[in-house]
Design a protein around this ligand. Structure first.
Ligand code: SF4
Length: 91
């Protein structure tokens, strides 16, 4: 038996752990989301390879609404084949 009533089965302890977990998620979620934009995933790479094989245009900047010197500061412009900020023109 637990003497103090604060054992591992305590609902208050579960609440505290859940609260800490949700706070940690809130803290690290933006970082994790940003980490996903670091580079293309294997699916993106496969899509680019397939487009290249089919002879399609693989450059995104041609159809991107940020394709302006003052709007886009990526060094890959105007020949980016993958971009985290790509948005199709006219949307
Ligand atoms: S945001 Fe990306 S896709 Fe759009 S112009 Fe800049 S580099 Fe190209």
């Amino acid at each position: 038996m637990h003497g103090g009533g604060q054992g591992f089965e305590s609902p208050q302890l579960h609440k505290k752990i859940a609260l800490l977990f949700s706070e940690a998620c809130e803290l690290f979620l933006p970082f994790l989301m940003a980490k996903t934009k670091v580079g293309p995933t294997w699916i993106d790479k496969a899509k680019i390879r397939l487009k290249k094989t089919l002879g399609m245009n693989i450059f995104l900047c041609d159809s991107c609404k940020w394709n302006w010197r003052s709007a886009c500061h990526y060094p890959e412009r105007p020949n980016a084949v993958w971009c985290p900020d790509y948005q199709k023109k006219g949307k």
